[in-house]
Design a protein around this ligand. Sequence first.
Ligand SMILES: CSC[C@H]1O[C@@H](n2cnc3c(O)ncnc32)[C@H](O)[C@@H]1O
Ligand code: ZN
Length: 431
Amino acid sequence: MTTLAIAGGRVLRPDLTVTTADVLIDQDGGEIREIGPDLAADADETLDAGGSLVTPGFVNGHCHVAMTLLRGYADDKPLDAWLQEDIWPAEGELTADDVRAGAELGLVELIKSGTTAFADMYFHVPEVAAAVEEAGLRARLGHGIVTIGRDEDAAREDARTSLEIAREYDGAADGRISTAFMPHSLTTVGSEYLEEFVPEAREAGVPIHYHANETADEVAPIVEEHGVRPLEYAVDRGMLEPEDFVAHGVHVDEHEIDLLAEAGTGVIHCPASNMKLASGMAPVQRMLDAGVTVGLGTDGAASNNDLSMLDEARDAAMLGKLAADDASAVPAEAVVEMLTRGSADAIGLESGRLEEGAPADLAVIDLERPHLTPRHDLVSHLAYAAAAADVRHTICDGRVLMRDREVLSLDETAVRERAADHAADLVSRAE
Ligand SMILES: CSC[C@H]1O[C@@H](n2cnc3c(O)ncnc32)[C@H](O)[C@@H]1O
Ligand SMILES: [Zn+2]
Protein backbone atom coordinates (compact mmCIF):
# COMPACT_ATOMS: atom_id res chain seq x y z
CA MET A 1 0.00 0.00 0.00
CA THR A 2 1.33 3.45 -0.92
CA THR A 3 0.43 6.04 1.68
CA LEU A 4 0.21 9.80 1.84
CA ALA A 5 -0.03 11.69 5.14
CA ILE A 6 -1.55 15.15 5.42
CA ALA A 7 0.34 16.20 8.50
CA GLY A 8 -0.17 18.66 11.32
CA GLY A 9 -3.41 20.31 10.24
CA ARG A 10 -6.73 21.09 11.90
CA VAL A 11 -9.18 18.55 10.50
CA LEU A 12 -12.86 19.31 9.84
CA ARG A 13 -14.85 16.23 10.89
CA PRO A 14 -18.32 15.26 9.60
CA ASP A 15 -19.98 16.61 12.79
CA LEU A 16 -18.26 19.96 11.98
CA THR A 17 -15.95 19.77 14.98
CA VAL A 18 -12.29 20.53 14.32
CA THR A 19 -9.47 18.43 15.78
CA THR A 20 -5.70 18.62 15.33
CA ALA A 21 -4.76 15.39 13.56
CA ASP A 22 -2.94 13.77 10.67
CA VAL A 23 -4.89 12.18 7.82
CA LEU A 24 -3.42 8.96 6.41
CA ILE A 25 -4.47 8.12 2.86
CA ASP A 26 -4.26 4.80 1.05
CA GLN A 27 -3.29 6.07 -2.40
CA ASP A 28 -3.84 2.71 -4.14
CA GLY A 29 -7.40 2.44 -2.83
CA GLY A 30 -7.97 6.21 -3.06
CA GLU A 31 -9.48 6.32 0.41
CA ILE A 32 -8.87 7.72 3.86
CA ARG A 33 -7.31 5.02 6.01
CA GLU A 34 -6.97 6.74 9.38
CA ILE A 35 -7.37 10.11 11.07
CA GLY A 36 -5.42 10.63 14.29
CA PRO A 37 -2.18 11.75 15.91
CA ASP A 38 1.33 10.93 14.64
CA LEU A 39 0.49 9.12 11.40
CA ALA A 40 3.13 10.80 9.22
CA ALA A 41 6.27 8.95 10.32
CA ASP A 42 5.65 5.78 8.29
CA ALA A 43 3.91 7.36 5.29
CA ASP A 44 5.51 7.15 1.84
CA GLU A 45 4.78 10.82 1.18
CA THR A 46 3.85 13.74 3.41
CA LEU A 47 2.03 16.99 2.71
CA ASP A 48 2.49 19.71 5.31
CA ALA A 49 -0.79 21.03 6.71
CA GLY A 50 0.67 23.04 9.59
CA GLY A 51 -1.30 26.24 10.20
CA SER A 52 -3.98 24.92 7.85
CA LEU A 53 -7.50 23.55 7.85
CA VAL A 54 -7.97 20.15 6.22
CA THR A 55 -11.49 19.94 4.79
CA PRO A 56 -13.36 17.61 2.47
CA GLY A 57 -12.75 18.69 -1.12
CA PHE A 58 -15.57 20.96 -2.25
CA VAL A 59 -18.25 19.50 -4.51
CA ASN A 60 -19.60 21.68 -7.32
CA GLY A 61 -23.05 20.22 -7.95
CA HIS A 62 -23.87 22.06 -11.18
CA CYS A 63 -21.44 23.39 -13.75
CA HIS A 64 -20.81 23.83 -17.45
CA VAL A 65 -17.05 23.70 -17.05
CA ALA A 66 -16.06 24.50 -20.65
CA MET A 67 -18.04 27.77 -20.48
CA THR A 68 -14.85 29.37 -19.14
CA LEU A 69 -14.33 30.23 -22.84
CA LEU A 70 -17.35 32.56 -22.61
CA ARG A 71 -16.41 34.23 -19.33
CA GLY A 72 -17.04 37.95 -19.77
CA TYR A 73 -18.45 37.46 -23.27
CA ALA A 74 -22.01 38.50 -22.38
CA ASP A 75 -22.97 40.05 -19.06
CA ASP A 76 -25.82 42.03 -17.52
CA LYS A 77 -28.79 40.32 -19.17
CA PRO A 78 -31.54 38.04 -17.84
CA LEU A 79 -31.35 34.30 -18.56
CA ASP A 80 -33.55 34.09 -21.63
CA ALA A 81 -32.00 37.03 -23.51
CA TRP A 82 -28.49 35.99 -22.44
CA LEU A 83 -28.97 32.46 -23.81
CA GLN A 84 -30.87 33.40 -26.97
CA GLU A 85 -28.93 36.52 -28.01
CA ASP A 86 -25.38 35.65 -26.98
CA ILE A 87 -24.60 32.25 -25.50
CA TRP A 88 -26.45 29.85 -27.79
CA PRO A 89 -25.20 31.55 -31.00
CA ALA A 90 -21.62 31.33 -29.70
CA GLU A 91 -22.07 27.73 -28.54
CA GLY A 92 -23.32 26.91 -32.03
CA GLU A 93 -19.71 27.50 -33.19
CA LEU A 94 -18.05 25.31 -30.53
CA THR A 95 -15.75 22.56 -31.72
CA ALA A 96 -14.63 19.52 -29.76
CA ASP A 97 -11.15 21.11 -29.40
CA ASP A 98 -12.69 24.30 -28.01
CA VAL A 99 -14.53 22.29 -25.37
CA ARG A 100 -11.35 20.42 -24.41
CA ALA A 101 -9.48 23.73 -24.03
CA GLY A 102 -12.29 25.37 -22.06
CA ALA A 103 -12.76 22.32 -19.86
CA GLU A 104 -9.05 22.19 -19.00
CA LEU A 105 -9.12 25.84 -18.01
CA GLY A 106 -12.16 25.21 -15.82
CA LEU A 107 -10.51 22.18 -14.23
CA VAL A 108 -7.38 24.16 -13.35
CA GLU A 109 -9.68 26.73 -11.74
CA LEU A 110 -11.55 24.03 -9.80
CA ILE A 111 -8.32 22.44 -8.55
CA LYS A 112 -6.91 25.84 -7.52
CA SER A 113 -10.04 26.61 -5.51
CA GLY A 114 -10.20 23.27 -3.64
CA THR A 115 -12.95 21.55 -5.61
CA THR A 116 -12.43 17.83 -6.07
CA ALA A 117 -15.73 16.74 -7.66
CA PHE A 118 -18.35 18.33 -9.88
CA ALA A 119 -21.41 17.64 -12.00
CA ASP A 120 -21.32 18.95 -15.56
CA MET A 121 -23.86 19.34 -18.35
CA TYR A 122 -22.49 20.29 -21.75
CA PHE A 123 -21.70 19.34 -25.35
CA HIS A 124 -18.73 17.25 -26.61
CA VAL A 125 -18.71 15.22 -23.42
CA PRO A 126 -15.90 12.88 -24.62
CA GLU A 127 -13.61 15.93 -24.56
CA VAL A 128 -14.74 16.91 -21.08
CA ALA A 129 -14.20 13.31 -19.93
CA ALA A 130 -10.68 13.22 -21.41
CA ALA A 131 -9.84 16.47 -19.59
CA VAL A 132 -11.23 15.08 -16.31
CA GLU A 133 -9.24 11.89 -16.74
CA GLU A 134 -6.03 13.89 -17.16
CA ALA A 135 -6.76 16.46 -14.44
CA GLY A 136 -7.54 13.77 -11.85
CA LEU A 137 -10.85 15.14 -10.58
CA ARG A 138 -14.07 13.24 -9.94
CA ALA A 139 -17.13 14.14 -12.03
CA ARG A 140 -20.68 13.24 -12.98
CA LEU A 141 -20.95 14.18 -16.66
CA GLY A 142 -23.76 14.37 -19.16
CA HIS A 143 -24.69 15.63 -22.61
CA GLY A 144 -27.28 18.44 -22.34
CA ILE A 145 -30.32 17.96 -24.57
CA VAL A 146 -32.20 20.85 -26.19
CA THR A 147 -35.07 19.96 -28.55
CA ILE A 148 -36.81 23.31 -29.04
CA GLY A 149 -36.16 24.72 -32.51
CA ARG A 150 -35.12 21.28 -33.85
CA ASP A 151 -36.94 18.89 -36.16
CA GLU A 152 -38.04 15.56 -34.78
CA ASP A 153 -35.08 13.55 -36.06
CA ALA A 154 -32.49 15.97 -34.71
CA ALA A 155 -34.30 16.23 -31.37
CA ARG A 156 -34.50 12.47 -30.99
CA GLU A 157 -30.83 12.10 -31.95
CA ASP A 158 -29.84 14.65 -29.30
CA ALA A 159 -31.74 12.73 -26.61
CA ARG A 160 -30.28 9.43 -27.84
CA THR A 161 -26.75 10.96 -27.64
CA SER A 162 -27.33 11.90 -24.00
CA LEU A 163 -28.38 8.36 -23.18
CA GLU A 164 -25.52 6.75 -25.08
CA ILE A 165 -22.92 9.03 -23.52
CA ALA A 166 -24.35 8.23 -20.08
CA ARG A 167 -24.05 4.51 -20.76
CA GLU A 168 -20.60 4.67 -22.33
CA TYR A 169 -18.76 6.90 -19.85
CA ASP A 170 -20.17 5.59 -16.58
CA GLY A 171 -17.15 4.29 -14.63
CA ALA A 172 -14.54 5.91 -16.91
CA ALA A 173 -11.25 7.29 -15.56
CA ASP A 174 -10.87 4.38 -13.13
CA GLY A 175 -14.33 5.01 -11.74
CA ARG A 176 -13.84 8.74 -11.16
CA ILE A 177 -16.37 9.55 -13.88
CA SER A 178 -20.04 8.76 -13.45
CA THR A 179 -22.83 10.03 -15.66
CA ALA A 180 -26.42 11.21 -15.89
CA PHE A 181 -29.10 11.69 -18.56
CA MET A 182 -29.37 15.48 -18.88
CA PRO A 183 -32.36 17.21 -20.50
CA HIS A 184 -31.47 20.92 -20.39
CA SER A 185 -34.76 21.96 -18.75
CA LEU A 186 -38.47 21.24 -18.63
CA THR A 187 -39.18 24.00 -21.16
CA THR A 188 -36.34 23.43 -23.65
CA VAL A 189 -37.00 19.71 -24.10
CA GLY A 190 -40.38 18.67 -25.50
CA SER A 191 -42.54 16.44 -23.30
CA GLU A 192 -42.72 13.74 -26.01
CA TYR A 193 -38.94 13.26 -25.76
CA LEU A 194 -39.05 13.13 -21.97
CA GLU A 195 -41.83 10.54 -22.15
CA GLU A 196 -39.85 8.45 -24.62
CA PHE A 197 -36.36 8.63 -23.10
CA VAL A 198 -36.80 8.94 -19.31
CA PRO A 199 -37.93 5.28 -19.03
CA GLU A 200 -34.85 4.27 -21.04
CA ALA A 201 -32.61 6.24 -18.67
CA ARG A 202 -34.24 4.41 -15.75
CA GLU A 203 -33.61 1.08 -17.43
CA ALA A 204 -29.98 2.06 -17.97
CA GLY A 205 -29.77 2.96 -14.26
CA VAL A 206 -28.51 6.51 -14.84
CA PRO A 207 -29.75 9.49 -12.81
CA ILE A 208 -31.43 12.49 -14.42
CA HIS A 209 -30.19 16.05 -14.04
CA TYR A 210 -31.86 19.22 -15.40
CA HIS A 211 -32.35 22.94 -14.79
CA ALA A 212 -35.69 23.43 -12.99
CA ASN A 213 -37.71 26.40 -11.73
CA GLU A 214 -34.83 28.79 -12.43
CA THR A 215 -36.86 31.82 -13.52
CA ALA A 216 -40.48 32.89 -13.21
CA ASP A 217 -40.63 32.93 -17.03
CA GLU A 218 -39.87 29.23 -17.07
CA VAL A 219 -42.65 28.33 -14.62
CA ALA A 220 -45.51 30.19 -16.33
CA PRO A 221 -45.54 28.29 -19.67
CA ILE A 222 -45.69 24.91 -17.92
CA VAL A 223 -48.57 26.05 -15.74
CA GLU A 224 -50.36 27.50 -18.79
CA GLU A 225 -49.81 24.50 -21.07
CA HIS A 226 -50.11 21.62 -18.62
CA GLY A 227 -52.06 23.09 -15.69
CA VAL A 228 -49.47 21.97 -13.12
CA ARG A 229 -46.32 23.40 -11.54
CA PRO A 230 -42.97 22.35 -13.12
CA LEU A 231 -42.03 19.82 -10.45
CA GLU A 232 -45.52 18.25 -10.60
CA TYR A 233 -44.96 17.99 -14.36
CA ALA A 234 -41.57 16.36 -13.60
CA VAL A 235 -43.17 13.83 -11.24
CA ASP A 236 -45.72 12.94 -13.95
CA ARG A 237 -42.81 12.15 -16.28
CA GLY A 238 -40.87 10.11 -13.73
CA MET A 239 -38.16 12.72 -13.33
CA LEU A 240 -38.15 13.19 -9.55
CA GLU A 241 -36.41 10.16 -8.07
CA PRO A 242 -33.87 9.90 -5.21
CA GLU A 243 -30.90 9.64 -7.59
CA ASP A 244 -32.00 12.68 -9.64
CA PHE A 245 -30.90 16.26 -8.97
CA VAL A 246 -32.11 19.58 -10.29
CA ALA A 247 -30.21 22.84 -10.69
CA HIS A 248 -31.55 26.10 -9.21
CA GLY A 249 -35.00 25.45 -7.68
CA VAL A 250 -35.51 29.21 -7.29
CA HIS A 251 -39.25 29.48 -7.97
CA VAL A 252 -40.57 26.48 -6.04
CA ASP A 253 -43.79 26.64 -4.02
CA GLU A 254 -44.47 24.78 -0.75
CA HIS A 255 -45.99 21.80 -2.55
CA GLU A 256 -42.96 21.48 -4.83
CA ILE A 257 -40.64 21.67 -1.82
CA ASP A 258 -42.60 18.80 -0.26
CA LEU A 259 -42.34 16.84 -3.52
CA LEU A 260 -38.55 17.26 -3.52
CA ALA A 261 -38.29 16.20 0.12
CA GLU A 262 -40.57 13.18 -0.33
CA ALA A 263 -38.78 12.09 -3.50
CA GLY A 264 -35.28 12.58 -2.05
CA THR A 265 -34.33 14.53 -5.19
CA GLY A 266 -31.43 16.91 -4.57
CA VAL A 267 -31.42 20.62 -5.40
CA ILE A 268 -28.23 22.38 -6.43
CA HIS A 269 -28.43 26.00 -5.35
CA CYS A 270 -26.45 28.40 -7.59
CA PRO A 271 -26.62 31.76 -5.79
CA ALA A 272 -24.10 33.72 -7.86
CA SER A 273 -25.74 32.79 -11.16
CA ASN A 274 -29.19 33.50 -9.71
CA MET A 275 -28.08 36.96 -8.59
CA LYS A 276 -26.21 37.84 -11.79
CA LEU A 277 -29.07 36.86 -14.09
CA ALA A 278 -31.57 38.32 -11.57
CA SER A 279 -33.39 34.97 -11.64
CA GLY A 280 -34.56 35.29 -8.04
CA MET A 281 -33.79 34.05 -4.52
CA ALA A 282 -34.15 30.32 -3.83
CA PRO A 283 -35.96 29.51 -0.56
CA VAL A 284 -32.96 27.59 0.75
CA GLN A 285 -33.84 27.65 4.45
CA ARG A 286 -37.37 26.46 3.69
CA MET A 287 -36.00 23.61 1.60
CA LEU A 288 -33.56 22.63 4.36
CA ASP A 289 -36.37 22.77 6.96
CA ALA A 290 -38.48 20.47 4.79
CA GLY A 291 -35.63 17.94 4.58
CA VAL A 292 -34.56 18.56 0.98
CA THR A 293 -30.93 17.64 0.19
CA VAL A 294 -29.41 20.95 -0.91
CA GLY A 295 -25.97 21.32 -2.50
CA LEU A 296 -24.13 24.22 -4.12
CA GLY A 297 -23.01 24.86 -7.69
CA THR A 298 -21.33 27.63 -9.58
CA ASP A 299 -23.23 27.12 -12.87
CA GLY A 300 -21.00 28.14 -15.81
CA ALA A 301 -18.26 30.77 -15.67
CA ALA A 302 -20.26 32.97 -18.07
CA SER A 303 -22.97 33.58 -15.45
CA ASN A 304 -20.88 33.72 -12.28
CA ASN A 305 -18.03 34.61 -13.42
CA ASP A 306 -15.68 32.24 -11.60
CA LEU A 307 -15.75 28.63 -10.44
CA SER A 308 -14.85 29.19 -6.77
CA MET A 309 -17.05 27.19 -4.43
CA LEU A 310 -15.88 29.27 -1.48
CA ASP A 311 -17.42 32.32 -3.17
CA GLU A 312 -20.57 30.27 -3.67
CA ALA A 313 -20.68 29.34 0.02
CA ARG A 314 -20.52 32.97 1.10
CA ASP A 315 -23.11 33.98 -1.50
CA ALA A 316 -25.42 31.17 -0.33
CA ALA A 317 -25.24 32.34 3.28
CA MET A 318 -25.84 35.98 2.38
CA LEU A 319 -28.62 35.41 -0.15
CA GLY A 320 -30.30 32.79 2.05
CA LYS A 321 -30.69 35.35 4.82
CA LEU A 322 -32.06 37.95 2.46
CA ALA A 323 -34.53 35.46 0.96
CA ALA A 324 -35.78 34.44 4.41
CA ASP A 325 -35.62 38.01 5.77
CA ASP A 326 -33.87 36.40 8.72
CA ALA A 327 -30.18 36.76 9.69
CA SER A 328 -30.25 33.36 11.38
CA ALA A 329 -31.26 31.60 8.14
CA VAL A 330 -28.70 29.52 6.20
CA PRO A 331 -26.04 29.69 8.95
CA ALA A 332 -22.37 28.86 8.46
CA GLU A 333 -22.83 25.21 9.46
CA ALA A 334 -25.57 24.71 6.85
CA VAL A 335 -23.42 26.32 4.17
CA VAL A 336 -20.41 24.14 4.95
CA GLU A 337 -22.65 21.06 4.79
CA MET A 338 -23.99 22.18 1.38
CA LEU A 339 -20.46 22.89 0.12
CA THR A 340 -19.29 19.36 0.91
CA ARG A 341 -21.68 16.54 1.83
CA GLY A 342 -24.86 18.22 0.59
CA SER A 343 -23.59 18.51 -2.97
CA ALA A 344 -21.99 15.05 -2.86
CA ASP A 345 -25.21 13.45 -1.63
CA ALA A 346 -27.29 15.35 -4.19
CA ILE A 347 -25.17 14.25 -7.14
CA GLY A 348 -24.74 10.73 -5.82
CA LEU A 349 -21.07 10.63 -4.76
CA GLU A 350 -19.54 9.26 -1.55
CA SER A 351 -17.20 12.27 -1.22
CA GLY A 352 -17.73 15.31 1.00
CA ARG A 353 -16.77 13.82 4.38
CA LEU A 354 -13.46 13.30 6.17
CA GLU A 355 -13.74 9.90 7.83
CA GLU A 356 -12.06 6.53 7.64
CA GLY A 357 -13.10 4.65 4.50
CA ALA A 358 -14.32 7.78 2.67
CA PRO A 359 -12.86 8.77 -0.71
CA ALA A 360 -9.56 10.62 -0.26
CA ASP A 361 -10.84 13.91 -1.70
CA LEU A 362 -9.51 16.82 0.36
CA ALA A 363 -8.58 20.49 0.31
CA VAL A 364 -6.03 22.11 2.64
CA ILE A 365 -6.66 25.78 3.42
CA ASP A 366 -3.92 28.10 4.65
CA LEU A 367 -5.21 29.77 7.80
CA GLU A 368 -2.19 32.03 8.34
CA ARG A 369 -3.70 34.91 6.42
CA PRO A 370 -4.81 38.33 7.63
CA HIS A 371 -8.43 37.82 6.58
CA LEU A 372 -8.55 34.51 8.49
CA THR A 373 -7.25 36.08 11.73
CA PRO A 374 -8.28 35.66 14.55
CA ARG A 375 -9.61 32.09 14.41
CA HIS A 376 -12.59 31.94 16.73
CA ASP A 377 -14.55 29.56 14.55
CA LEU A 378 -13.15 27.73 11.51
CA VAL A 379 -16.60 26.75 10.19
CA SER A 380 -17.44 30.46 10.13
CA HIS A 381 -14.19 31.16 8.26
CA LEU A 382 -14.96 28.51 5.67
CA ALA A 383 -18.43 29.90 5.06
CA TYR A 384 -17.71 33.62 5.21
CA ALA A 385 -14.03 34.52 4.97
CA ALA A 386 -11.89 31.95 3.13
CA ALA A 387 -11.19 32.45 -0.57
CA ALA A 388 -9.94 30.33 -3.46
CA ALA A 389 -6.41 31.75 -3.16
CA ASP A 390 -6.16 30.37 0.40
CA VAL A 391 -6.25 26.77 -0.86
CA ARG A 392 -2.74 25.27 -0.49
CA HIS A 393 -3.16 21.64 -1.56
CA THR A 394 -5.88 19.72 -3.39
CA ILE A 395 -6.08 15.92 -3.31
CA CYS A 396 -8.54 13.74 -5.20
CA ASP A 397 -8.81 9.95 -5.08
CA GLY A 398 -5.58 9.95 -3.06
CA ARG A 399 -3.59 11.80 -5.75
CA VAL A 400 -2.08 15.22 -5.08
CA LEU A 401 -3.47 17.50 -7.81
CA MET A 402 -2.06 20.73 -6.35
CA ARG A 403 0.85 21.09 -3.93
CA ASP A 404 1.65 24.49 -2.44
CA ARG A 405 -0.52 26.10 -5.18
CA GLU A 406 1.31 24.37 -8.03
CA VAL A 407 -1.10 22.34 -10.15
CA LEU A 408 0.60 19.00 -10.82
CA SER A 409 -1.82 17.23 -13.15
CA LEU A 410 -2.09 19.95 -15.83
CA ASP A 411 0.32 22.59 -17.14
CA GLU A 412 -1.43 25.73 -15.89
CA THR A 413 0.34 28.20 -18.20
CA ALA A 414 -0.15 26.10 -21.33
CA VAL A 415 -3.81 25.50 -20.43
CA ARG A 416 -4.40 29.21 -19.91
CA GLU A 417 -2.76 30.20 -23.20
CA ARG A 418 -4.56 27.51 -25.19
CA ALA A 419 -7.95 28.47 -23.72
CA ALA A 420 -7.37 32.16 -24.49
CA ASP A 421 -6.58 31.29 -28.14
CA HIS A 422 -9.64 29.06 -28.47
CA ALA A 423 -11.86 31.68 -26.84
CA ALA A 424 -10.66 34.39 -29.25
CA ASP A 425 -11.22 32.16 -32.30
CA LEU A 426 -14.64 31.07 -31.05
CA VAL A 427 -15.83 34.62 -30.53
CA SER A 428 -14.56 35.74 -33.93
CA ARG A 429 -16.45 32.86 -35.60
CA ALA A 430 -19.60 33.78 -33.67
CA GLU A 431 -19.57 37.43 -34.78
C1 LIG B 1 -27.37 21.93 -23.37
S1 LIG B 1 -25.85 21.98 -22.53
C2 LIG B 1 -26.13 23.13 -21.19
C3 LIG B 1 -26.65 24.45 -21.66
O1 LIG B 1 -27.02 25.20 -20.54
C4 LIG B 1 -26.71 26.54 -20.79
N1 LIG B 1 -26.70 27.28 -19.53
C5 LIG B 1 -25.69 27.83 -18.88
N2 LIG B 1 -26.10 28.40 -17.75
C6 LIG B 1 -27.44 28.21 -17.70
C7 LIG B 1 -28.45 28.56 -16.80
O2 LIG B 1 -28.21 29.26 -15.70
N3 LIG B 1 -29.71 28.20 -17.07
C8 LIG B 1 -30.01 27.52 -18.18
N4 LIG B 1 -29.09 27.17 -19.10
C9 LIG B 1 -27.83 27.51 -18.85
C10 LIG B 1 -25.39 26.45 -21.48
O3 LIG B 1 -25.08 27.65 -22.11
C11 LIG B 1 -25.64 25.30 -22.42
O4 LIG B 1 -26.25 25.74 -23.59
ZN1 ZN C 1 -26.68 25.62 -15.62
